[in-house]
Design a protein around this ligand. Structure first.
Ligand SMILES: [Zn+2]
Length: 426
């Protein structure tokens, strides 16, 4: 049995690992670790070395640069995978993604030290790329692991004109191997894969504000993004009477407040107007045009679409009243990815077993689990972010006590999964 003391040692080890990984950076003085840079490759080497130290039976690098450690158990029960990404945004935090690799590594180390084996093989995967910073394409790591890599990604170029395939060759990776038919995870992920779970910092303030260390993710929110263009009539700021104006910016202001009100009224919906501009505006001209962006997300597509319909109706009413013409262009529509009902149930049981309330929340941010959900049931556990819940920022932080609880929950989940969650292998 792994003891409380073991878990607090594991947490200290994880925090110091995260500190050491943060020393590998593309830009001195901050943490920026983008796909296939020297810092990124050094990070992969370091993770692989620690995996060996932890007692994994096999540690390998795959064609895309993922680092994969396998802890063997009863292979008759198939394979369970967990992991997250080790690339970062520019000037990011040291826990985003990485905790989802380091926590299971420390749990495997603790199991190995006590000769504990699971009734299934466990793979811990450090995904090479999730953030899309260098090449624009996201999920390069998990899509390869899941057998879903799109060869068109190889042609993407970074800001210096270097393509993904050129960067791979320079880093000693072979893009031909990645795309060759017969490459191991060609058909829907590694053989025998039964479940994928991901541990991630929440990257928001919900757990912090509600006084909880851990939460079960119900779904990864879907997202709709639009650009609205409002056309009024520009006019002289001194001569056009207020009652006769067709002020596009004033209509835009009403729309911003309507988006806020409509999304606040609905549980589980967030809506943001992140861009609001008067193109060519002047201090002495009534705004003739206003451009605004709209980003609406929810854990359920129906909920999100209902909010969008209410927003559209409100925009229509505002613009009619103000005699403003408007157009709306959809830039992105990504479906929500629900975590599997079974996985959610097992995580709720896990939290109860370790004395935590089985609290659920949705994820507003995207994660590798979204990609893995194409080929296998997925589940996620969030742990609390400190510092107001800030992430994608050097101020991102977690507490050692919460990391210890996360290790305890992870170990318990593996047992719950073994006892209750895995039907006989295919
Ligand atoms: Zn992340």
């Amino acid at each position: 049995m792994i003891t409380d003391h073991d878990y607090s040692i594991a947490a200290q080890r994880i925090l110091s690992w995260a500190d050491m990984l943060a020393a590998h950076t593309d830009v001195t003085g901050e943490l920026t670790c983008t796909y296939l840079t020297p810092a990124h490759r050094a990070t992969a080497q370091q993770i692989a070395q620690w995996m060996n130290d932890c007692g994994f039976d096999e540690v390998r690098h795959d064609a895309v640069g993922n680092v994969i450690g396998r802890y063997k158990g009863g292979a008759a029960h198939g394979l369970v995978a967990t992991g997250s990404h080790y690339d970062t945004v520019r000037n990011g935090g040291r826990y985003d993604g990485r905790l989802g690799i380091l926590v299971p590594m420390a749990v495997v180390a603790a199991m190995h030290a006590r000769n504990e084996r699971l009734p299934f093989d466990l793979e811990v995967v450090g995904f090479a790329e999730e953030e899309g910073v260098r090449f624009g394409g996201t999920f390069l790591g998990s899509s390869a692991y899941a057998g879903q890599y799109d060869p068109a990604l190889l042609a993407l170029r970074d800001g210096d004109g270097v393509s993904v395939s050129e960067a791979m060759l320079a880093a000693g990776l072979d893009p031909d191997v990645l795309c060759a038919s017969g490459n191991a995870p060609a058909e829907g992920g590694p053989t025998g894969l039964r479940h994928y779970f991901e541990i991630h910092i929440e990257q928001g303030p919900v757990l912090l504000e509600t006084g909880r260390a851990l939460g079960v993710v119900s779904a990864i929110a879907g997202c709709v993004r639009r650009v609205l263009v409002l056309e009024g009539l520009a006019g002289h700021a001194g001569t056009v009477p207020m009652a006769l104006r067709r002020d596009a910016a004033a209509a835009g202001a009403e729309i911003v407040l309507a988006v806020e009100r409509i999304c606040r009224e609905r549980a589980g919906v967030v809506g943001t107007v992140g861009i609001l501009e008067v193109p060519g505006g002047s201090i002495n001209v009534v705004p003739g045009q206003c451009r605004l962006s709209l980003d609406v997300r929810a854990g359920k597509d129906e909920t999100r679409d209902a909010a969008l319909a209410a927003i559209d109706a409100e925009v229509q009413a505002i613009c009619r009243r103000r005699n403003i013409a408007w157009t709306s262009t959809e830039l992105l529509r990504a479906a929500a990815v629900p975590c599997s009902d079974e996985g959610r149930r097992l995580w709720r049981k896990t939290l109860q077993d370790i004395g935590h309330e089985p609290f659920e929340l949705s994820s507003g941010a995207g994660h590798d689990a979204m990609l893995m959900a194409r080929v296998v049931p997925v589940s996620m556990l969030f742990l609390r972010c400190g510092n107001g819940g800030i992430s994608h920022n050097p101020l991102e932080t977690v507490s050692a006590a919460d990391v210890a609880d996360t290790c305890r929950a992870t170990r318990r989940f593996l047992d719950v999964l073994a006892a209750d969650g895995l039907a006989p292998a295919r």
